[in-house]
Design a protein around this ligand. Structure first.
Ligand code: CAA
Length: 254
């Protein structure tokens, strides 16, 4: 196995575990990660994923040693990297807890998560240009949408790394924690998200994702329609009633 999986209450923590390759993302690792997440995605008891790596590397990229001899036709017929679309299709929120290197596919994996928290040691980069290629798991698109054209061009054309502070001020990272406490802090945020109604969390996440793909008018209408839809759930009744009764709501899976 190339990953370790633990379940703590309603949170599933997945640790990338290929230390010999700085967690480089090969096909077996991708398949294991997607399979585990698909299994828990359907579980109403699971409200959030945390994806993390080691102190040295979240992931140092797609596996160069798996790719280096492939031809164009190999890549085309395997539809290499297409499997990552199944990772993005996971509907339960996924948080990246990043320490050390998040390079190439590692940076792209973090960006395929819904929130990135980083330790002060994190280093983000898209160094594919140095290998004679370009980002191939969404980096040119997601990085640009996340931090804007100026910084995305700078990162992708020079291949330079960006430290945690710059990544936070650019809007790539939501918050920085000391590396010693990163995972505990992120688990506690994940616990908090998982304590809410899974239905409304999934719908909120879907609506925010739509903001990157729709015009404002359509996005606002989409938001209003799914907001209305939440009034068909027990969780909405429970959430609002609990507020009025000054108690903690008890959310189910409706
Ligand atoms: N693929 C395969 N193996 C990798 C790897 C990768 N992306 N990154 C590191 N490794 C391996 C190294 O080959 C080395 O293995 P050996 O001991 O067998 O030689 C081991 O991990 C440790 O790495 P280093 O000795 O290089 O460690 P370092 O501390 O000196 O340097 C580093 C760390 C700066 C991250 C350096 O390893 C590095 O530059 N890695 C490659 C980063 C990169 O180019 N990533 C992009 C990959 S392409 C991609 O991701 C395409 C895409 O868009 C999806």
């Amino acid at each position: 196995m190339n990953i370790k999986v633990e379940k703590e209450r309603r949170v599933v923590i997945i640790t990338l575990d290929r230390p010999q390759a700085l967690n480089a993302l090969n096909t077996p690792l991708m398949n294991e990660l997607v399979a585990v997440m698909q299994q828990y995605d359907k579980d109403p008891e699971v409200g959030c994923f945390v994806v993390t790596g080691s102190e040295k590397a979240f992931a140092a990229g797609a596996d160069i040693k798996e790719m280096n001899t492939k031809t164009y036709l190999d890549m085309f017929h395997e539809d290499y990297f297409a499997g990552w679309e199944q990772f993005t299709a996971i509907r339960t929120p996924k948080i990246a807890a990043v320490s050390g290197y998040a390079l190439g596919g590692g940076c792209e994996l973090a960006m395929m998560c819904d929130i990135i928290y980083a330790s002060d040691s994190a280093k983000f980069g898209q160094p594919e240009i140095k290998l004679g290629v370009i980002p191939g798991i969404g980096g040119t698109q997601r990085l640009t949408k996340s931090i804007g054209k100026a910084k995305a061009m700078d990162m992708i054309l020079t291949g330079r790394m960006m430290g945690a502070e710059e990544a936070e001020s650019a809007g790539l990272v939501a918050k920085i924690f000391p590396k010693e406490t990163l995972l505990e802090e992120v688990k506690s945020i994940a616990d908090n998200i998982a304590s809410y109604s899974k239905t409304s969390v999934m719908i909120a996440k879907e609506a925010v994702d739509r903001a990157l793909e729709m015009g404002l008018r359509e996005g606002i209408l989409y938001e209003r329609r799914v907001f209305h839809a939440l009034f068909a759930t027990e969780d909405q009744k429970e959430g609002m009633q609990a507020f009025i009764e000054k108690r903690t709501p008890s959310f189910g899976k409706s």
